[in-house]
Ligand binder design. Structure first.
Ligand code: ATP
Ligand code: MG
Length: 465
């Protein structure tokens, strides 16, 4: 049976030319002139592969891809991008595209990529079962760590997991705290019961309270119906309270009570509810210091800290880098249908010379980007972001600027690179840089104006700290 291909492009000439060639090659081809019609064809024709232009009016190629994935279609997508828009291509790969080609379209390249895509897909199907089993077996070992530091962490986790003890997981952002919390649950007798996660920094006090404990109908503005809280949902299982250092004093008191008495009331309720929940918490704050500073209750701290696990920053355990890189190459090969085998000479050196302020999360992002961009079987330093390609081995990011640049330029570089590291989250970046979110936003507006040709503002008086 011939493979079926769907060609989606709003430019009629380009679309028809491609269709003709693909038919000559023996494929069965259907065309669509925009994303909407493309989606329709996806459901009707169920193609093996989709050749999809990104820039189209109304529903564009990325939107079509997102829609397809969110509705469970796993057809291969090869995206056609304008020359030079690498970032869009990366975005498409992250959204699940198999590969991309740049315009003007080189027909030979299209045919090669298409064949490779279809072949990979077959291989993937063949191996899927086998791999599933393998992964199951290595579940706990999916947390990679060969260094003595991580081995010590694993040791504590393995011993504490089967108990009911609360565990406090500490470490900088991106060191793997959530992964450890999950492992504690998986390695416990509660593994078949729910693992429920709450990010305590994401919600206001009122919302967090009702999120945790639930509420009765009409208990506060917006509480239209009765709702069960996370403590109830986690009954029998594990509740993971992330960013515990951000919980307000009022909620600290309420948490203390649940931990001590295993009971609570819903917001606006009178009935006392009993639950059996194992609590694991995490924070990137120095919680002991918060206690000393009077910001975090000492009694609650001791309740949470029955066992504590500290994940060292990646820069303190660089011996973990090679194994992590291998792990992420495999992971992103799988996710993006690539077949990168390893690192070209010199690449590991670049990875080891860098300090990884964003820790394992940053390493994961860097490897994903490199796998997506890789033209060869081996990742080269060309596939790494400029920050890592640094001029000298051992150089720290930003060194190339210092000295020789104005403070303003250095600050700009620091802000933009930090934002890149934290995936654009201004609150994270503010935390890393030790400045306010407002200041970052103010600066970004300023950079946008400068880039548009305006001079640097001279009145520094009104800017936020
Ligand atoms: N040892 C490890 N092995 C494999 N993957 C890891 C490891 N540590 C971290 N990761 C991966 O790195 C990413 C960040 O980890 P995680 O979300 O657990 O960090 P975190 O400490 O909770 O960060 P934050 O404080 O920002 O919430 C995740 O994708 C996670 O799977
Ligand atoms: Mg986390």
């Amino acid at each position: 049976m011939p493979n079926r291909i769907l060609v989606v492009d709003d430019e009629q000439n380009a679309r028809e030319a491609l269709t003709t060639i693909l038919r000559e090659e023996g494929y069965e081809v259907v065309e669509a002139a925009d994303g909407e019609a493309g989606f329709e064809q996806l459901t009707q024709f169920n193609p093996d592969a989709v050749l999809c232009d990104i820039k189209m009016p109304k529903v564009d190629g990325l939107q079509l891809l997102h829609k397809a994935r969110s509705e469970g279609f796993d057809n291969l997508f090869i995206m056609v991008t304008a020359f030079g828009s690498i970032e869009t291509a990366v975005e498409a790969m992250r959204a699940g595209a198999f590969d991309y080609i740049t315009k003007p379209v080189d027909v030979g390249a299209v045919l090669v990529k298409l064949e490779k895509a279809l072949e990979t897909r077959q291989l993937k199907r063949d191996n899927a079962l086998l791999r599933e089993r393998l992964h199951e077996k290595h579940r706990f070992n999916n947390i990679i760590g060969e260094s003595g530091e991580l081995q010590a962490v694993f040791d504590v986790v393995k011993r504490a997991a089967p108990t009911r003890a609360t565990v406090l997981v500490l470490g900088e952002s991106g060191t793997g705290k959530e992964l450890i919390a999950q492992a504690i649950h998986e390695e416990s007798p509660r593994r078949d019961k729910p693992f429920v996660k709450v990010n305590c920094a994401a919600l206001s006090e009122t919302l967090l309270e009702s999120e945790l404990f639930g509420h009765e109908k009409g208990s506060f503005t917006g509480a239209a119906a009765k709702r069960e809280g996370r403590f109830e949902l986690a009954d029998g299982g594990t509740l993971f309270l992330d960013e515990i250092g951000d919980v307000t004093p009022l909620l600290q008191v309420k948490l203390l009570r649940v931990l001590q008495q295993k009971e609570f009331e819903r917001v606006g309720g009178t009935q006392t509810l009993k639950v059996d929940v194992r609590v694991v918490t995490a924070t990137n704050k120095d919680l002991a210091a918060e206690v000393k500073a009077g910001k975090f209750r000492e009694d609650l701290y001791y309740r949470l800290n029955v066992v504590s696990v500290t994940l060292p920053p990646l820069r303190k355990r660089k011996s973990d880098v090679p194994a992590l890189v291998a792990h992420f190459i495999e992971k992103y090969n799988d996710a993006h249908g690539k077949s990168v085998k390893g690192l070209a000479p010199g690449t590991l050196n670049a990875l080891l010379s860098y300090d990884w302020p964003g820790n394992v999360r940053e390493l994961s992002n860097v490897v994903e980007r490199a796998v997506v961009l890789a033209r060869e079987n081996e990742l080269t330093s060309d596939d790494l972001p400029a920050t890592l390609r640094g001029p000298r081995p051992g150089a720290r990011p930003g060194d190339s600027l210092i000295p020789g640049a104005t403070l303003h330029e250095i600050e700009r570089e620091a802000i933009l690179r930090t934002l890149e590291m934290v995936d654009g989250s201004t609150s994270r970046a503010a935390e890393v840089l030790g400045i306010s979110v407002r200041k970052i936003q103010y600066r970004l507006k300023e950079y946008a104006q400068q880039d548009a040709g305006a001079p640097i503002a001279s009145d520094e008086g009104s800017e936020p700290n």
